[in-house]
Design a protein around this ligand. Structure first.
Ligand SMILES: NC(=O)c1ccc[n+]([C@@H]2O[C@H](COP(=O)([O-])OP(=O)(O)OC[C@H]3O[C@@H](n4cnc5c(N)ncnc54)[C@H](O)[C@@H]3O)[C@@H](O)[C@H]2O)c1
Length: 335
C-alpha cells in the first residue's frame, strides 16, 4: 500500500479536482496537498474555500511550465493529475488548448514524475473508447480498444498513451483511471446537468440536443474521488482501472428528472440541433476496480444526488451567475 504524505493535485480548482481535495481532507488524516491550477475559465478558487490552510496550499501555474512543475515535484511524493481542457464543444471550436494542456501538459508532468520518482495517477475518461450502440449488450472494459471521436477525447487518449509508455519505457510508478460522466457540486455551468439546472433557475427553457436519447453513465463526483484514492493507494502500478456506478440514463431522462425535482413540467424544454460527432452511449464495466480493490460507490441514488446538486446551485448563485450570459452566448452560436 502506498501512503501519500505530500500530494500534488493538478486542476484542483476545477470541478472534480476540487471535490477530490475536499474528499481527501474530510476522509484522510496526515496528507498535505498542493493544488497546481492555471485558473482557466473552468477553474475557480472559490471551489477550494473552507479547506484548512495548513493542509492545502494553492499554486497558480500551468502544468506546461517545466520549471515550476519540477520545483513542486521535487518536494512531493505523489501527483493526481486532473488538469485538462474538458469541454467537447469547445474542443470542436478550438482544439489547440486541448493539445497543449492535455498532451503536452501531461508530457511535462510525466518527465518530472520520472525525474523525481513520484507516484503518478492519471485521470482519464471513458470517452477514449468512443461510443456504444444503444442496444449493444457490452460495456467498456479495460480491454476495449481506444476509438476517440472528438478533439477532446482524442487528446485524452493521447495522454493515456503517454502514461502507459512512460511506465513501460522508464518504469514510472503510474496508474490510470477512466471514469464515466460525473455530476455533483462545483461543476462549470457549461456542462449538461448544471446548464439545465441554471437555465431553469434564471428562467431560460432547458435545451436538449438531437433526439435526447444519448446515454451517459452517471457517477456522483464523491464516488469518483473515493475510487481515485483507492487506486492511488492500493492500485497495481502500470494498471488501468475503469470507474463507473451503473448509472446509465438518457439525456432526456436526466432532464425530465431535473425539471420534475425543480417543480416544472417534464416537457418544459426545447429541442436543439445535435453537435457534430456526438457519442451515442457510454457504459462502464467497473468489475476490475470492485473485485481487485474492493471499491463500491456509496452515492448511487441518482435522484437524491441530483436533488443535492440542485440545492448547491440554488445556494451558490453568486459563484455562477456572472458566467451565465457568456456561456449561453457561446451556445447560441451553435444551437
Ligand atoms: N467531468 C467529467 O464528467 C469527467 C469524467 C471523466 C473524466 N474526467 C476527467 O477529469 C479531469 C477533471 O475534469 P473536470 O470536469 O473537473 O474539469 P474542469 O474543466 O472542471 O477543470 C479543469 C481544471 O484544470 C485547470 N487547468 C486547465 N488547463 C490547465 C493547465 N494548462 N495547467 C494547470 N491547470 C489547468 C482548470 O483551471 C480547471 O481548474 C479531466 O482530466 C477530465 O478529462 C472528467
Amino acid at each position: 500500500m502506498f501512503v501519500p504524505k505530500k500530494l500534488i493535485v493538478t486542476g484542483g480548482a476545477g470541478f472534480i479536482g476540487s471535490n477530490f481535495v475536499h474528499w481527501v481532507i474530510q476522509n484522510v488524516d496526515d496528507v498535505e496537498i498542493t493544488v497546481l491550477d492555471a485558473l482557466t475559465y473552468a477553474g475557480n478558487l472559490e471551489n477550494l474555500k473552507g479547506l484548512p490552510e495548513d493542509r492545502v496550499k494553492f499554486v497558480h501555474g500551468n502544468i506546461c511550465d517545466k520549471g515550476l512543475v519540477e520545483e513542486l515535484f521535487s518536494r512531493a511524493d505523489s501527483c493526481v493529475h486532473f488538469a485538462a481542457e474538458t469541454h467537447n464543444d469547445n474542443s470542436i471550436n478550438d482544439p489547440e488548448p486541448f493539445v497543449e494542456t492535455n498532451v503536452r501538459g501531461t508530457y511535462v508532468l510525466l518527465q518530472a514524475a520520472r525525474r523525481f520518482n513520484l507516484r503518478f495517477h492519471h485521470i482519464s475518461t471513458d470517452e477514449v473508447y468512443g461510443d456504444l450502440a444503444l442496444d449493444d449488450p457490452n460495456k467498456f472494459t479495460e480491454n476495449t480498444p481506444y476509438n476517440p471521436s472528438s478533439p477532446y477525447s482524442s487528446t485524452k487518449a493521447a495522454s493515456d498513451m503517454l502514461v502507459r509508455a512512460w511506465h513501460r519505457t522508464y518504469g514510472i510508478m503510474s496508474t490510470i483511471s477512466n471514469c464515466s460522466n460525473n455530476y455533483g457540486p462545483r461543476q462549470h455551468i457549461e456542462k449538461f446537468i448544471p446548464r439545465q439546472i441554471t437555465n431553469i433557475l434564471v428562467g431560460i427553457k432547458p435545451k436538449l440536443y438531437g433526439d435526447g436519447l444519448n446515454v451517459r453513465d452517471w457517477i456522483h463526483v464523491d464516488d469518483h474521488s473515493s475510487a481515485v484514492w483507492k487506486i492511488l493507494t492500493k492500485g497495481r502500478i502500470g494498471e488501468t482501472y475503469l470507474v463507473g456506478a451503473n448509472g446509465e440514463r438518457s439525456n432526456k431522462e436526466v432532464l425530465r428528472i431535473i425539471l420534475s425535482l425543480m417543480g416544472k413540467s417534464e416537457d418544459d424544454f426545447e429541442w436543439v440541433r445535435d453537435r457534430p460527432g456526438h457519442d451515442r452511449r457510454y457504459a462502464i464495466d467497473s468489475t476490475k476496480l470492485r473485485t481487485e480493490l474492493h471499491w463500491n460507490p456509496t452515492k448511487s441514488k441518482f435522484e437524491e444526488g441530483l436533488k443535492d446538486t440542485i440545492s448547491w446551485y440554488v445556494d451558490n448563485r453568486s459563484l455562477w451567475m456572472g458566467q451565465k450570459d457568456c456561456v449561453e452566448k457561446k451556445y447560441s452560436l451553435s444551437e
